[in-house]
Structure formats: C-alpha cells, structure tokens
Design a protein. Sequence first.
Length: 116
Amino acid sequence: MLQFVKKRAVLSVGLDLKHSGMAFLMLHYQGSIHPLEEELANDSSLWQEIAQRHNLKELNLERLASPWHTDLDLGRPIEVMTDMSKSRKLGFSVFQSTEDSFYDLFTKLLAEKLIP
C-alpha cells in the first residue's frame, strides 16, 4: 500500500485482489473537517488532463461531481447513527453491503468511461 499526503489528509492507495484487482482509495480522518469543495476547487484542469489521457466521456469536473453535496452528507462534525428496523418492519428486507455497493458503483463508472 502506498501513502500520500494531500493537504491535510492521508491518502492510501492499494490494490484489492478480492474484487477483480481493482484499485481503491481511502482517506483517513486527521482530526478536523476539510470540505471536499475546497479540496477540489482548483482541480478542474487536472481532471481535464486525466480525462483526455484516458479518453473519458466527461471532461468537466463540475458536471461529474458535486462536492458541495458530499460535504452536506458527510461533512458533519457529529457521528450519524441510522436504524433500519422501521424499514424492515415495513417489508424492506433486501440490502447490499456498503462495501459491495461501492465496488459495484465504481465498476459501472469504469465501464461507462467516467473514471479511469
């Protein structure tokens, strides 16, 4: 596993052989919130270079991602706890693990040429 430091977050890059050898990224919390919107603010030209190099469908980072929305969902300084018991009682019993849903999503994005 390789580790890089970008601004204040530690980024780990590795290879997960369990899921078709797909690369994965993990950001490790460093004690304070760093909005994704700020992190990506100056990365549009970098994304355009990456997209062109890999012949991706979307060159415009702002059309591909909405960091402000991610910040609203994940940028809370509190622990969020959810309970699925009411949904289960109403008959929603099918589920997919969080890990599997991420792998499925990124497999789809790769196949659709939206990420390298």
